[in-house]
Design a protein around this ligand. Sequence first.
Ligand code: P6P
Length: 320
Amino acid sequence: MSKFLSTLQQDISEPHLASLVCAILDITAVIAERVSHGALGDTLGATTQENVQGEVQKNLDVIANDLLVSTLLSHSAVRAIASEEEQHTVAGTAGAPYIVAFDPLDGSNNIDINAQIGTIFTILKARDDVPDASDEQFFQTGSQQVCAGYVLYGPYTTLVITTGKRVHEATLDRSAEEFILSKSPVVLPAGVRDFSANMANLFYWAPKMQQYMTSLIQPAPASERFNMRWQGAMVGDVHRILTRGGAFIYPSDSKDPAQPAKLRLLYEAFPMAMLVEAAGGCGYSETQPLLEMTLTSLHQRTPVFLGDKKLVEDCFKAAS
Ligand code: P6P
């Protein structure tokens, strides 16, 4: 067994969960291989379809989703799955212990420009009090996640995963098609003056948020200046924050009154909040800690402040 899996199994003693995590690692290694083909493969470009979010599906969105759905629905530990690309929950193995939600390809607008994209996933215990294929399977609180992670398909492929105690990072050895442990534990560096935000939305944010975000870019002595990075893919920005520190800031905005928030609670905010909190940071919406939120609609959206405790708490104060 690889050092990574033996490290991971110190945190994952339950055999069905260990087997499920291995299945996710194996299928994301296949996705990484498909991604690497670029224009030489069948992965670039868009379909003529829209997903449940009303977004045009990219070919790679469909390929990644199909690979994850088929792998997970056939896994004996998976009772049901939910995906950004599926309208409703899909039933897998009756009576199985776990349910899995995922964004099969986060940041798919980055595919055709060869920028960062990734898969985000979260695993929860299946509910016995609702039907297997009902969306209510996922109507749980963020703190009920048993495992969360992402696979970043960058210049090299990185897996970051947690069961809530520690965060582990592994790098894909393409020749061996195996993830090799590269950092454990992952600890979020505190006090770093970096932030990720789409500043093009500045004048659509609430006045106090505009004031706070503008304060970050005011002229200041070199030691107090902030730097900004925006990957256009949460998986890339969160990975930078887990590696170098800083905060990811996506407030609600007035661009579309029917949809004031953009990021999805179940398969973006919940898993990323579990990872960031296990690494020593914190995650809030504009009203409460993300992990204290309970899902009430499969694709519901939320504002997100994630990362360095001081920066996130300042964002939360500005939003309150
Ligand atoms: P914007 C990708 O579509 C995503 O859901 C996140 O991965 C990313 O952080 C955000 O939306 C990008 O949003 O404002 O750049 O369109």
